[in-house]
Design a protein. Structure first.
Length: 273
């Protein structure tokens, strides 16, 4: 019979316990394996979902994209310079979303919906809106039967645009694409004054901060900011923040589309009674 040596048994137990990871810990908490250029490779988080928000040790948020066999890939919503190998990451249980509300009107926000105009926090009730959302089917959409006046006679006369219609403004640099968009936003002031606002969302991606400031100043001088939201992801922001900025703008627009239609329908029903 082989003699059992207590020191060997204790050494093996210490070795096994030192590397022990419970299943629940692997599901909810992970470890950064590699990070760079806004991309993080993470070990653990075995139950995480694609598109879920995760939180790094320093409070920075990320979005899970790749689900590999032994690790996951996530993009960081902010500078990844403060993240290092070995940092812990935990699940939030939420799909990537931003908080949206009517308090965003007249404000400048970033991709995550945080105000960056120095006017304090957003006011009013806020609702979670997913960044990626399935579009309503054709049956559930209203027909395009109302024009959207841009204020540019050539466009309104020859190429009328309907509310709900997609329209692309394309051209070389310094040809006036932004001017057309700003004129269209400013021209909606008369509908806002009549109580039938057309809510506008201006998303600035990869532009200089001074350029965005000039746009906001122009909208303020023309009285267009009360019904406008500016989403800014400037050139200094990380690539993921710039990538998700248009999706954030779409989420804000979907909030106003849904809530304004419901409110207008309920007001019409109350009036008709």
């Amino acid at each position: 019979m082989v003699d059992v040596r207590p020191d060997e048994v204790s050494a093996i137990l210490r070795q096994q316990l030192a590397g022990f990871k419970s299943a629940s810990e692997l599901e909810e908490v992970g470890t950064v394996l590699q990070v760079g250029d806004g991309i993080a490779r993470i070990y653990g988080l075995t139950k995480v979902q694609s598109g879920e928000l995760i939180e790094f040790e320093n409070g920075l948020l990320g979005i899970v994209l790749n689900l590999e066999e032994d690790n996951i890939g996530a993009v960081t919503l902010g500078s990844s310079n403060a993240i290092k190998e070995g940092d812990t990451v935990k699940r939030t249980g939420k799909i990537a979303s931003i908080k949206v509300g009517e308090g965003m009107l007249g404000r400048v926000v970033d991709t995550l919906g945080h105000p960056i105009d120095g006017k304090g926090p957003l006011t009013g009730e806020l609702f979670e809106m997913p960044l990626e959302r399935k579009a309503p089917g054709v049956i559930f959409r209203q027909p395009v039967n109302e024009p959207l006046q841009t204020g540019i006679k050539a466009i309104d006369a020859m190429i009328p645009i309907g509310r709900g219609q997609r329209e692309l403004i394309i051209g070389d640099r310094q040809t006036g694409k932004t001017a057309v968009a700003l004129d269209a936003i400013i021209n909606q002031r008369e509908f806002y004054d009549k109580g039938e606002p057309v809510f506008c969302i201006y998303v600035a991606v990869g532009q200089k901060g001074s350029t965005v400031a000039n746009v906001v100043k122009t909208l303020e001088e023309r009285g267009a900011m009360p019904y406008t939201v500016v989403v800014a992801a400037s050139a200094s922001d990380s690539a993921p923040m710039q990538f998700y900025a248009p999706m954030a703008g779409a989420a804000i627009g979907e909030f106003f589309r849904d809530t304004w239609f419901i409110n207008r329908t309920s007001d019409h029903r109350n009036t008709s009674r």
